[in-house]
Design a protein around this ligand. Sequence first.
Ligand SMILES: [Zn+2]
Length: 454
Amino acid sequence: MSQRWFPVAVLAAMTLVACGGDGTTGTTPDTADITDDVSVDDASEDVTADVSDDDGDTAADTSSPDTAVSVGDPNVVTLMENEPVTLVGGASAPITVEIPAGASAVTISVLGESAGMYGLSSWSGPDGGVLVIDGWTDGGGAAQGLCLDCPNRIALSEGDFAAIAPNNPAATVVPGTHSFVAFGVVPKPVSQNFQGLCGDGECTILDQFQCPKDCAATPVDGDVLVSVYAKVVAAPPTGGVLDLNLHFTGAKGWTAATAPDDPELQGLLDAVRTIYGQKGVRIRLGEITYRDIDPSFHIIETVQGADSDLMELFSQSEGAPRNAVNLFFVDEISAAQFGGAGVILGVSGGIPGPPLEPGTWRSGVAISVKEVEGAPAGVDTTMAHETGHFLGLFHTSEQSFGFGAQIHDPLPDTPENDESFLMFYTGAGDTLSDWQGRVMRSNPFVRHEAEDMP
Ligand SMILES: [Zn+2]
């Protein structure tokens, strides 16, 4: 078995979390059992069943928290759903799936334990067409948790991983037999010491870069649950509808009862409507469900590692409508885990987040509503930005730390270091490009009506 090192990175965390971000590293292995997640299944019907429930409503408000009414997109075909797959030494055997003709986009998810980091270590289509480079997780590229060289960029994710292809023009989804390998490691906890002796076994902050063997991750041996969905349409849709589940902790005094008539909250939703309604994106907000969750979640102290507050928060989406992105409004998301500098305005459960499954470690986005002096982005653009991540968008440009190459997204129509873009790492802008719109519309959470078809 090859030794896989996985420098779990403060850098990766900083890079991906900078705007408020997308925690990518785990630091505290625990014994959380995967069956916790399996039970989520019971609350969510399968996609085929959802199709018949689709009544086309786009504006209904409901505040009943425990009825799993689902609105499904009839264009989404379930190819695998939470099928147990065993990882040995951190990798599954190759998994094959038949992608049907007419598939405009394919989404794969890997649900594991909260302590693990999951992803794909390869994905190829018929005739050897590569989407994810075989073995990229073995070294170098995995250091950032991002496969920058993959034709279809993916980001490893803590607890629950997802990828959508294509997410840029260099990636093509060809119908036929696809093969992929699920990947998982449990990162070694990083001690708060900055420097340390190489070879002493303690993974310090500097060891991640200077002595990776002290930070070697443990390959996962055990089961994960794999799902694959394809969006099958005659041509990529030009518009879509996004349903939302809004979860309230009491922050800002908002509750499921008051929020539907609260001018401030409704103003924020209107701002998201405007941003997502722009030319090239054309995504409308559809059904909005209002739910209360325990007020103890109003402050999120930890955003990384097994059993973090953030994971527990996202898990509160269990039982919510399935075909909707979960937004959690909290007073504060602490940056203390990253040395206490700055604030976290919002966090997405992934890039993209797990598809069509409430109740997992990563099922949603968290939004901090506390007024922060000097914050780069408002709550409105933060909602749109984090939901953009959840639907599959990377930062157009990551923060430049003055060392290493600055990272940019793989899209041809998002200029580098253009602060007017919604997905620039500061999240202050509101512009989205045509390709960003296409990536968002490829997500199974975005459903389509007749007017959205070209
Ligand atoms: Zn971001």
